[in-house]
Design a protein around this ligand. Structure first.
Ligand SMILES: C[S@@+](CC[C@H](N)C(=O)[O-])C[C@H]1O[C@@H](n2cnc3c(N)ncnc32)[C@H](O)[C@@H]1O
Length: 181
C-alpha cells in the first residue's frame, strides 16, 4: 500500500475520525465511500461493537476496499454496492455518524438528487447523530444553506489535515446535527 495511505488508515485517519466525533460502538455510514479512505480507519475506531456501512456505486473503487478488508481481517464493514437514486437501504434513526465527504461533484447543490440524499440522511440518523461534511468543490455558504433547508443545523467547523485524492491536504470539515421536529 502507498505510504501516505498506510499512514492515514493506521494513524492519522483514526485520530481525525475521533476528533470529528466517531466513537467505539458507533454505527457509521460512509456515504459514497470511494476506495474507503475513511471507512477503514472508521472501522478501527468503532471496533467490534460498531459497524461501518460503506455505500458506493463504483465496483472498481470497491475492489480496493474489499481487498484491504480481506487482508486486514476487518470484519465490521458492511459494503453496500448501490447507486443512490432516492433511497438508502438503512432503517430509520439507526446511524450515529454519517460522512458526506467530497461527494458534491456528483450531488450538485441545486440538484434534487442532493435534496433526496439529505432527506434520507435525516431519516436514517439518530436524533443525536453527527452528519459530517467535507465540502470539497463547492461553495460552503450555499452548502450550509442547503443543509439548513433539509433540517440540519451547523454545530462545529474544523480546519483539518485529511486525505484527498490519496494526498494529505488541509480541508474544512463541518459537523451538523438534526433539527428535531
Ligand atoms: C470523489 S469520491 C469521494 C470518495 C470518499 N468519500 C472520499 O472522500 O475519499 C466520490 C464517490 O462518490 C461515488 N458516487 C457518486 N454518485 C454516487 C451515487 N449516486 N451512488 C453511490 N455512489 C456514488 C463515486 O463513485 C465516487 O467514488
Amino acid at each position: 500500500m502507498d505510504k501516505t495511505i498506510n499512514k492515514w488508515k493506521n494513524k492519522y485517519g483514526i485520530a481525525f475520525l475521533k476528533d470529528i466525533g466517531v466513537k467505539d460502538g458507533n454505527k457509521v455510514l460512509d456515504c459514497c465511500c470511494g476506495e474507503g479512505n475513511f471507512s477503514i480507519p472508521a472501522a478501527k475506531v468503532v471496533g467490534k461493537n460498531g459497524l461501518v456501512y460503506a455505500f458506493e456505486m463504483n465496483e472498481q473503487k470497491l475492489k480496493a476496499l474489499i481487498s484491504e478488508y480481506n487482508s486486514e481481517d476487518i470484519k465490521n464493514i458492511k459494503i453496500i454496492q448501490q447507486e443512490f437514486k432516492k433511497n438508502l437501504p438503512l432503517p430509520d434513526c439507526s446511524m450515529d455518524i454519517i460522512l458526506l465527504y467530497d461527494i458534491f461533484l456528483y450531488f450538485s447543490l441545486d440538484s434534487i438528487k442532493l435534496k433526496n440524499l439529505l432527506d434520507e440522511v435525516y431519516r436514517i440518523s439518530k436524533d443525536s447523530a453527527i452528519v459530517s461534511v467535507y465540502p470539497e468543490h463547492v461553495d460552503k455558504k450555499i452548502l450550509k444553506q442547503k443543509m439548513e433547508d433539509s433540517c440540519f443545523k451547523m454545530e462545529r467547523e474544523f480546519l483539518k489535515t485529511l486525505i484527498h485524492d490519496n494526498k494529505f491536504k488541509k480541508g474544512n470539515i463541518i459537523n451538523f446535527k438534526k433539527v428535531l421536529n
